[in-house]
Ligand binder design. Structure first.
Ligand code: NAD
Length: 258
């Protein structure tokens, strides 16, 4: 087992929700965090909330992959590579798969798969050189059991899981692990959007929908984003060194599959 040398982490979608909590957890564990998302202001707030020093942010829309590559390359050249890469971004818009357009699929494929491929290509050389790295994707339990009304998401997540599993087998000998975290319902702005969408479709209150969804969870409650972040923290810690290539639901037991 190689010792980790560099404590730098890149966290996608870090301006709110799960990504923001992961940034806090990694900073708490002593990592220097680069927080990425679309807008500077909430990212600055994230950075201010992090314990420790030397954190940075990159404000860009990941849809512009050329710009993302430019910013990440410049940061790596200036400050060195990352030993931890958290692949996280906003989920695709809800809706039935039969009504999704070609463009909806292309956008989601780009934001969820091609961005992961790009960021991994940029960080991998340094991880391989230091023989240590942790790559964690934040996906969804829909890889195990598709979730109604999340047609595009269900479709694209399977590609991400398959890509990550393949990658994990290719680079494990370099001391790098690749794992997928599958959050259940987690209290973030994304969940608020999904509740709003469902409530307006059915003309009921958001509270009614929230209560119905909570009943489907054996734990009978939604997760706090910190509960997802702690599991990421475990995967990047020495305790997680032999966990590789897994799809890990963190869902209060909701997913009805082995
Ligand atoms: P969120 O929408 O609250 O936050 C998403 C983050 O990604 C934000 O920081 C946002 O600025 C950033 N982002 C979105 N689009 C971007 C783009 N084009 N370029 C750069 N940054 C972008 O989401 P969340 O609830 O924290 O969820 C994170 C991931 O986990 C998503 O993929 C989501 O679908 C998945 N997930 C969430 C839940 C849940 O209940 N919250 C459940 C299962 C899966």
């Amino acid at each position: 087992m190689t010792e980790q040398k560099q404590k730098r982490a890149f966290v996608g979608g870090a301006s709110q929700g799960i990504g923001r909590s992961v940034a806090v957890e990694l900073a708490r564990l002593g990592f220097c965090v680069t927080a990425m998302a679309r807008s500077a202001e909430p990212l600055q707030a994230t950075i201010r909330s992090l314990p420790g020093e030397g954190h940075n942010y990159l404000a860009t829309d990941a849809a512009d992959r050329a710009r993302l590559e430019e910013l990440v390359t410049a940061e790596i050249n200036e400050r060195g590579g990352y030993s931890v890469l958290i692949l996280n971004t906003g989920g695709p818009a809800p809706g039935p798969v039969a009504r999704a357009s070609e463009n909806d699929f292309l956008q989601a494929f780009s934001q969820h798969l091609l961005v992961n491929v790009l960021l991994t290509r940029l960080v991998l050389p340094q991880m391989q050189a230091q023989k240590w790295g942790r790559i964690v994707t934040i996906t969804s339990t829909s890889v195990k059991v598709p979730i109604p009304n999340l047609g595009v998401s269900n479709t694209i997540r399977a590609a991400v899981s398959s890509w990550a599993k393949t990658l994990s087998m290719e680079i494990a000998a370099d001391g790098i692990t690749v794992n997928n975290i599958m959050p259940g319902y987690t209290k973030t702005p994304r969940l608020e959007n999904l509740l709003r969408n469902q409530a307006s479709q059915r003309n009921v209150s958001e509270e009614t929908v929230a209560q119905e969804w909570e009943k489907t969870i054996p734990a009978r409650r939604f997760a706090e984003p910190e509960e997802i972040a702690k599991v990421v923290g475990f995967l990047v810690s020495p305790a997680g060194s032999y966990v590789n290539g897994v799809n890990l639901p963190v869902d209060g037991g909701r997913t009805p599959a082995l």
